[in-house]
Design a protein. Structure first.
Length: 648
C-alpha cells in the first residue's frame, strides 16, 4: 500500500522501466537469438571450409662473408670494399607476395588449374534481366585480356590466403596457406618455404661471386697503385738525394747559425753607429755612457771591446778614438752585407730541401698506404675464395606443413556466438520498438506515477472475489482482502459525495467486481448501496421482469443492503450517460440509497468519467501492468482524478 507516490522531474529516463520493457519481451529476444544461432550454424555448415597449413623455417641469416678486422685494418678493409658483416634476416613478405614469385610458383604447383585460385567459365552469360538493363542503358562490356585477368585473379586470391609472420626472438619465419583442400594447403605451404630457401641460397651465392669479382678487381688496382708508388719513390731517390731528411736538417742548422751571426753583427753595428754619433757630437760624459749602455747593452760585453781593440779586463769605460770607431764601423757594414747574402742563400737552400722532404714523405706515405691496402685485400680475396669454394647453408626447416585435420574457417563456435549476439541485438531493438509503440507501462513505478492516486494497492488478493454472487461474496472476503477494502472504504467516506466511480482499464479485476466487493464489505454498516454497471449486458427477458424501478433504472438483483440496478435503455447501458436527463436520473437514486456505485470498463470508463468530470466524486480505478495504455490512464485521471488505484 503506497500513498502520495511522486516522481521527480529529473527522472526523465527510468532505467527500471527500460529493463522492465526488455524483460517483458524476453520471449521475442530469445526467439531472435535462437534464429541468430540457427543462421550462424547454417552459415558455418554451408560455407566452404578452409584448411590452414603452416611451415616454419629459418633462412640464411647473414653469416659473415669475410674476415673480421679490427683497428686500422678494419677501416682499410672497409675503404677497400671489404664486407665485414651482412644481415639478411628480413621477412621476405614482398618477395613471397609478389607476382614474379607467384608465377614462378605456378610452374611447380599449377595454380592456374586450381579452381580455388581461379574459376572462370568462358561460356557464362549474364542473366536475362541484367542483359536487358545493359541493352536499355547502352552498356558495352569491356573486353579484357584473358591472360591478364586470370593472373590478376590468381594474385588477389593468393594474397588473401597466404600469410607470413616473423618471430623476432628467433628469426623464425612461419608461412601459412589457407585452401579448401587440406593436402593442397600443406603442399603449397611447403613449396613456398622451399622456394624462399632456394632463392635465398641463390642470392647468397651470387653475392659471393660478385663480391669476389669486385675484390679481385680492386686487388689488381691496389697492386698497380703499389707499383706506381714504389716506382715514383725510386725515381725521386735517383733524381734527388737519398737522404732528404739529413740534408734538410743540415741546411736548417746552417741557416740558423748564419741568422745568429747576422743578428749579432747587426747589434754591434748599431751600437758602433750610436757611439760614432756621440763622439762626433762631443758627447763623452758619463751620463752619455749610461744612456748608450741602456740603449745598447752590448757595449759592456767583451766582444764589443775586442772589436774596438780595448782592454777586456778593465771594467771602467774608456771612450775610444773616433778614427778607430769609423774604421771598425765600415768593416762591420761590409760583414753585415756578406752575412745577409749568405743567409738568403742558405734560406733558399733550406726551402728547397724542405720541398724535397715533403715530396719524399708523400711518396713514402703512398707506398705504405698502397702496401697496407694490398695486404688487406689479398687477405680478403683469400677468405672469399675459401668461402666461395665451400658455402655452408645456414637455412633450417623447423616444421614442414602437414595437412590439417579440421578446418580453420568458418569456426562453428564463433559463428554461433556471432549469430547469438546478432539475434540478441535485433531482439533488443525490436523489444524497444514494440515496447514504446504499445504505449503501456512496464513497471509499477511508472504505472503509479501515471495515475497520481493517493492510495495505491496491489490487487492480487482481490482477484479471488471475481464473478461471485452477492449471496456468497461476503463469506469469501478474507483477512487480506478485508484490509484493502477497508482502505478503499476510508477513501470513499473521506468524500461527502453520494456517488463513487469505479473504472477498469484492461485489468483482470473489472470495475463491477470492485464495486460489488466494496459494497459487500460496506453494507454491514446498514448502508443502502446501489450498484450500477454501465458495461454489463443484460438479457432482454431478465431486464423486463417485474422488479422495482427507480426512475429509468431497473432492479436486477438485491441482497441485504446491496441493490444491482441496470439502466432501462434499448441502445445499451453506456449510452445512458449520453441522455440529457442523465444527472436527473442519478439524482432520483439519491433519495433511495446512501451510496451509488457507478462502474464501467475500458472505453465505457472514459465515457462515464467524461459525463461526471464536473462532479467531485471519489474515483477508484483498476489497471494492469503491460496492458493498460498510458494514454488512456492519463486521460482518465485528467477527466476525473483517481483517489484509489488498484494495480496488478
Amino acid at each position: 500500500m503506497q500513498y502520495n507516490f511522486k516522481k521527480t522531474e529529473d527522472d526523465e529516463i527510468n532505467i527500471y522501466e527500460f529493463i522492465s520493457t526488455l524483460w517483458s519481451h524476453k520471449s521475442l529476444i530469445i526467439f531472435t537469438s535462437m534464429i541468430g544461432i540457427f543462421l550462424g550454424g547454417y552459415y558455418a555448415s554451408v560455407t566452404n571450409k578452409l584448411y590452414k597449413a603452416s611451415a616454419s623455417f629459418e633462412i640464411n641469416n647473414g653469416a659473415s662473408s669475410g674476415s673480421s678486422f679490427s683497428g686500422e685494418l678494419g677501416a682499410l678493409a672497409s675503404i677497400a670494399g671489404g664486407k665485414l658483416n651482412s644481415d639478411a634476416s628480413i621477412l621476405p613478405k614482398d618477395e613471397v607476395l609478389g607476382r614474379e614469385f607467384i608465377e614462378a610458383l605456378d610452374q611447380t604447383m599449377d595454380l592456374r588449374d586450381d579452381t580455388f585460385f581461379y574459376n572462370f567459365d568462358p561460356d557464362k552469360k549474364d542473366p536475362p534481366w541484367k542483359a536487358i538493363i545493359k541493352n536499355l542503358i547502352g552498356w558495352q562490356d569491356i573486353i579484357l585480356d584473358p591472360n591478364e585477368k586470370m593472373w590478376q585473379n590468381i594474385t588477389q586470391k593468393y594474397k588473401n590466403h597466404v600469410t607470413l609472420k616473423l618471430n623476432e626472438d628467433s628469426n623464425t619465419i612461419v608461412v601459412s596457406v589457407s585452401h579448401e583442400s587440406a593436402l593442397r594447403a600443406a603442399d603449397i605451404s611447403n613449396a613456398i618455404m622451399q622456394s624462399v630457401i632456394k632463392n635465398s641460397k641463390n642470392r647468397t651465392e651470387a653475392d659471393y661471386q660478385e663480391q669476389l669479382s669486385y675484390l679481385s678487381q680492386t686487388l689488381a688496382e691496389a697492386l698497380g697503385n703499389l707499383e706506381n708508388a714504389q716506382t715514383n719513390l725510386k725515381n725521386f731517390t735517383v733524381e734527388n738525394s737519398s737522404l732528404p731528411i739529413e740534408s734538410f736538417a743540415s741546411k736548417s742548422i746552417q741557416l740558423d747559425n748564419l741568422r745568429n751571426k747576422l743578428e749579432r753583427t747587426t747589434e754591434i753595428h748599431a751600437a758602433l753607429a750610436k757611439l760614432s754619433s756621440l763622439l762626433n757630437a762631443g758627447s763623452n760624459t758619463y751620463s752619455d755612457y749610461l744612456s748608450l749602455r741602456e740603449a745598447h747593452p752590448v757595449v759592456d760585453q767583451v766582444e764589443f771591446r775586442r772589436v774596438l781593440g780595448q782592454n777586456e779586463i778593465i771594467s771602467d769605460w774608456n771612450w775610444p778614438n773616433i778614427t778607430s770607431v769609423v774604421a771598425v764601423l765600415d768593416t762591420l757594414s761590409e760583414r753585415r752585407k756578406r752575412l745577409e747574402s749568405e743567409t738568403n742563400a742558405a734560406q733558399l737552400e733550406a726551402t728547397t730541401a724542405g720541398l724535397s722532404l715533403d715530396e719524399y714523405a708523400k711518396l713514402t706515405r703512398k707506398v705504405k698506404i698502397a702496401e697496407a691496402t694490398y695486404t688487406v685485400l689479398i687477405e680478403q680475396v683469400k677468405v672469399h675464395s675459401t668461402m666461395t669454394g665451400y658455402q655452408p647453408d645456414t637455412s633450417r626447416v623447423f616444421e614442414y606443413a602437414a595437412p590439417p585435420l579440421s578446418p580453420t574457417s568458418p569456426k562453428l563456435i564463433l559463428a554461433l556466438i556471432i549469430g547469438a549476439l546478432a539475434g540478441i541485438l535485433i531482439g533488443l531493438v525490436l523489444a524497444i520498438i514494440f515496447g514504446f509503440s504499445r504505449g503501456v507501462h512496464y513497471s509499477y513505478e511508472n504505472l503509479i506515477y501515471g495515475a497520481q492516486a493517493r492510495l495505491n494497492v496491489k490487487t492480487r488478493t482481490l482477484t479471488t472475489l471475481r464473478r461471485i454472487s452477492l449471496e456468497k461474496l461476503s463469506s469469501r472476503i478474507t483477512k487480506k482482502s478485508r484490509a484493502i477494502l477497508r482502505s478503499l472504504a476510508v477513501e470513499v467516506h473521506s468524500n461527502e459525495s453520494t456517488f463513487v466511480v469505479f473504472t477498469s482499464l484492461n485489468a483482470k479485476l473489472k470495475s463491477n467486481d470492485i464495486s460489488r466487493a466494496l459494497g459487500s464489505y460496506m453494507q454491514s454498516d446498514d448502508l443502502k448501496i446501489a450498484l450500477v454497471n454501465f458495461s454489463e449486458k443484460i438479457n432482454q427477458s431478465k431486464a423486463n421482469n417485474d422488479q422495482k424501478s427507480f426512475g429509468l433504472f431497473t432492479t436486477i438483483e438485491k441482497v441485504s443492503g446491496l441493490t444491482t440496478l441496470h439502466p432501462n435503455n434499448k441502445l445499451g447501458a453506456i449510452d445512458f450517460v449520453a441522455r440529457r436527463d442523465f444527472q436527473k436520473q442519478l439524482n432520483i437514486l439519491k433519495s433511495s440509497f446512501d451510496l451509488i456505485f457507478l462502474s464501467a470498463d475500458n472505453a465505457d470508463a472514459i465515457s462515464l468519467v467524461t459525463a461526471l468530470s464536473r462532479e467531485d466524486v471519489p474515483h477508484i480505478s483498476s489497471v494492469r501492468i503491460k496492458k493498460t495504455k498510458s494514454k488512456a490512464l492519463k486521460e482518465l485521471s485528467t477527466l476525473l482524478p483517481i483517489q484509489g488505484l488498484l494495480y496488478e
